[in-house]
Design a protein around this ligand. Structure first.
Ligand code: HEM
Length: 415
């Protein structure tokens, strides 16, 4: 058989190359072939079992005792000796994304408790104000890069406001956390690893100083709520736990929310009739956001590790195996979503996507990400109904296994 035409599991596994240019530009044809061929295959290049189908991935996310999250934030490429030495100054401890029960359950309850209804409803006011200011200041000239000029720092400015961190520190944190995605989910060169390691240690110091300040000087912000939260035994988070949580919030949700906003403009403007429908009827926006999340998962893959031998759709996977759960593939599984490659802003079950994960680790920031995307679309569609993509632009994506969104998206409009 011609090797290129072989769609059996062995050939699929051999050809799986998430760092290849073709895959980075559009992973979905590859994922569709893999999903058709097998529910799971071993990739020797990544040393991960790649899981492809909706029902299997959902079940895995619902069973934390069998599928540990311990590897979720581990660097795919082991850090070089110099980066390892620098990282000895990085004091983060497993709190949420890479913690398992019972530790995860305790911290998650405490963090959920700090997201009081008052705090959450205040977010809408903050987000609306930031988006309106961005529109006024950055969308004036009739053209812009909607990623670089608009969606790039929007999520971090919102998070800073919620955490109570000073706005003038945004650039410092953005710089220190830049390329963290490449460090954890990519194949960075040694000098890049050293730079990111230095940034992470600086960020750790920043988060710890913020936490220690709020322990001494409580204020009306989320960081204060976090350091004052108590578990069932009346104990608060340790300084290391609260600092890790703060650090993770400072850097979580930047790239993902930027990608969500970028993907939304890309899809709505590529099929411009959908943009016109939103402009005419803003009540379509929440459904459109869910469909964008389904069609273009900002986190295309997430990780787990088996704690015992398991069977995934008839494929035997050993104990201690790393799993790469292809959320982007689950979201286009035709068994769950008919005509999965079509962009349908009225799709009735779009919200059942797995883009925010599922179960105990379901994304803490999902309500905030949804809110930001909705408000951006409401404000921009009301102000710039003539918005369109600049024709003939190639899309570029960061070379990594998990995070996916266009790095740049030039748009224009009538002034
Ligand atoms: C479109 C934007 C976002 C996407 C697609 C996204 C996606 C995800 C995914 C896939 C997970 C893993 C879920 C699992 O293991 O089942 C996760 C967890 C998490 N996300 Fe997000 N996220 C987004 C925005 C945010 C924002 C804005 C924040 C912060 C405010 C945030 C904070 C977190 C945290 C703290 C966790 C760990 C939760 C836990 O383990 O209990 N995310 N997110």
């Amino acid at each position: 058989m011609n090797v290129e035409n072989d769609v059996g599991p062995v050939a699929i596994a051999r050809r799986f190359d998430p760092f290849g240019a073709e895959y980075l530009a559009d992973p979905y044809p590859h994922l569709a072939r893999a999903r058709d061929a097998t529910p799971a295959f071993y990739s020797p290049a990544l040393d991960h079992w790649v899981v492809t189908r909706y029902d299997d991935i959902r079940s895995i996310l619902l069973a934390p005792a069998v599928f540990s999250a311990a590897n979720a934030l581990s660097p795919l490429t082991p850090p070089c000796p110099e980066a390892t030495r620098i990282l000895s100054g990085f004091g983060a401890v497993p709190t949420l994304a890479n913690a398992d029960p019972p530790g995860h359950t305790r911290v998650r309850r405490m963090v959920n408790g700090a997201f009081t209804p008052r705090r959450v409803s205040a977010m809408e006011t903050v987000v609306r104000a930031v988006v309106a200011q961005f529109c006024d200041e950055r969308l004036r000239l009739g053209h812009a890069d909607i990623i670089r000029d608009f969606a790039w720092d929007l999520p971090v400015i919102v998070l800073f406001s919620i955490l109570g961190a000073p706005a003038e520190d945004v650039a410092q944190v953005k710089e220190a956390s830049e390329n963290r995605v490449l460090f954890t989910y990519g194949k960075p060169a040694a000098e890049e690893q050293v730079r990111v390691a230095e940034g992470l240690v600086a960020l750790w110091g920043y988060a710890k100083a913020l936490v220690e300040d709020r322990i001494r000087n409580p204020r009306d912000d989320f960081t204060t709520d976090l350091v004052q939260a108590l578990d069932g035994q009346g104990r608060s988070l340790s300084v290391a736990e609260a600092s890790t949580m703060t650090l993770n919030l400072l850097v979580a949700g930047h790239e993902t929310t930027t990608s969500l906003v970028g993907n939304a403009f890309r899809r709505l403007l590529e099929d411009r009739s959908t943009w016109e429908q939103l402009c005419a009827d803003p009540s379509l926006i929440p459904g459109a956001v869910e469909e964008v999340l389904r069609l273009d998962s900002p986190v295309v893959a997430w990780r787990r590790r088996t704690t015992q031998p398991v069977d995934i759709g008839g494929v035997a996977v050993p104990d201690g195996a790393n799993l790469l759960l292809m959320l982007g593939s689950a979201n286009r599984d035709p068994a769950k979503f008919p005509h999965p490659d079509a962009f349908d802003i009225r799709r009735p079950n779009a919200h059942q996507h797995l883009s925010f994960g599922f179960g105990a680790h379901f994304c803490l920031g999902a309500p905030l990400a949804r809110l930001e995307a909705r408000i951006v679309l409401e404000e921009v569609s009301a102000r710039l109904p003539s918005l369109r993509l600049v024709a003939g632009q190639p899309l570029e994506f960061l070379p990594n296994i998990s995070f996916r969104g266009p790095l740049s998206l030039p748009v224009e409009w009538d002034t």
